[in-house]
Ligand binder design. Sequence first.
Ligand code: COI
Length: 356
Amino acid sequence: MDLDILNTLKLTKVATSKIDTFDFENVKFGDKFTDHMLVCEYKNGSWGTLEIKPYAPITLDPSARVFHYGQAIFEGMKTYKEENDDIWMFRPDQNFERFNKSAIRLAMPAIDETRFIGGLKELIKVEKDWVRKGLGNSLYIRPFMIATESGVIASPSNEFLFCILLSPAKSYYAGKIKVQIADYYSRAANGGIGAAKAAGNYSAQFYPTKLAQEAGFNQVIWTDSNHTHLEEAGTMNVFFRINDTLFTAPTSDRILDGVTRKSLIELGESLGYDIKIEPVKVETILEAAKNGSLKEIFGAGTAAVVNQIEGFAYKDNYYQLPEMADEDSYALQLKNALTKLQNKLADDPFNWTVKI
Ligand code: COI
């Protein structure tokens, strides 16, 4: 960490916190934000001073590139409070690395670790009261970068804004969800930006997801360009359990390298699960659903944590997954192991948790 950068951080606090008006019992994901945000501008080839200031709208020229060409990336992370009031981040190095990979893919400048992780730690210290204790509670962290240079010329911006917002969170979905397997629309292309956490990857899903929701499903599981292999669900990576083997697709330039995904793979292996990281054919899953060997499907992501899928549709058919006792579910076993580790209610043999 470059202490000069942190020593020059400018901090302006709100006159009155809005924390007393926040309903921590009824949290809607990503709906409300804490009192402060972190900002940093990139101009003339370098990143400037870090600033923590009251959460407020930002003013941009209407021709700023982000509005016209979607040059925008983000991350999703969480922080947790232990019973003794210590606050912990989960694998922030992974998000930092992925943020810079996304930046490079979108022709944006990489940011240094001090501004990203060091700045985030300072922001969380200011907002420590917004992190609530207890399994299921967390503070969702949304770092993002947008192209701010004015002018509608279709070339990369030379000016950018890096910003971090914080929002108290529980999990993204309220319970088990139903999904539709994509057989027409695609989320990502070979050689495209699917592996980047780019804003456009999400807006591209909105229309097909809206159609899926109108048909009674919560999400779409995206497939490859021929719609023959299952890839990811947009807000989550996906795992399939056939008998007692857990399958998940390998990451590629179409699939986000999810931090929860890779953590569950390591955790599962440490618990002795048989995990196979290999391309998963739609045909294999349909066959397994028909012959009864498909036991579980679940999604994994920072916001969603681990989300059980109760059934899926493919073309005109719906496949309901079997009911299973909670203690037999790999999804729930992994969720329990991961969230306990994150909340410091279990040991962390992997050293994934980082104290603020
Ligand atoms: C996350 O899990 O942090 C994500 O980025 C998914 C988001 C679109 C809600």
